[in-house]
Design a protein around this ligand. Structure first.
Ligand code: NI
Length: 187
């Protein structure tokens, strides 16, 4: 089932998402629904708070980003991250144009370190400790931020943030054109 996406201004996007356990009700269905929602809205990542769930969980699917010649293995990058923690971030900061399903029609350059090391559980509750770099690291860093109540617009320079202030306000009032279903405050 395609779920509505909670957009800028919704308080759940600003909360720290709590860890979940194997008994989390409807987890399998939630993960399926998140994939369906992400594909329908053409995203490459989606965190549980973006569909209104206070759960430390995000998914990624970069298999449609095939046009990135310098990152050929992105086409296999489809994963579920449960209770993830980034334990280390390092390397040169680089700038990449980020967007977010919770902030429709806005893209801004965000600078982040090149590498991440993280711990998480997969869908079958196997524990992993892995390192990622490049665009994979970037997608993870963006989604991970959602679990700590952060959005990419918090990481852009203050002047840019001021410039998009009106657009953000419009989004938080539901005044935005997008092809997928959204939920905004007081709706
Ligand atoms: Ni996002």
């Amino acid at each position: 089932m395609i779920l509505p996406v909670y957009v800028y201004g919704m308080s759940i996007l600003r909360k720290i998402a709590p860890e979940i356990d194997k008994d989390y009700k409807g987890l399998d269905q939630l993960i399926d629904d998140m994939f369906e929602t992400m594909v329908a809205s053409e995203g490459v990542g989606l965190a549980a708070p973006q569909v209104g769930k206070a759960a430390r969980l995000f998914i990624v699917d970069a298999t449609r980003m095939e046009d990135m010649d310098d990152e050929p293995d992105l086409k296999d990058f489809k994963k579920v991250f449960i209770n993830p923690y980034i334990t280390e971030e390092w390397g040169d900061k680089w700038s990449f144009s980020e967007g977010c399903l919770s902030i429709p029609n806005i893209r801004e350059d965000v600078s982040r370190p090149s590498y991440v090391k993280m711990e998480y559980y997969d869908r079958d509750w196997n524990f992993h400790e892995e390192e990622y770099e490049g665009v994979k690291a970037r997608i993870i860093q963006h989604e991970y931020d959602h679990l700590d109540g952060r959005l990419f617009v918090d990481r852009i320079n203050p002047l840019r943030k001021k410039l998009i202030g009106q657009k953000l306000k419009a989004i938080s009032r539901g005044r935005v054109d997008c092809d997928y279903k959204i939920i905004y405050p007081n709706k």
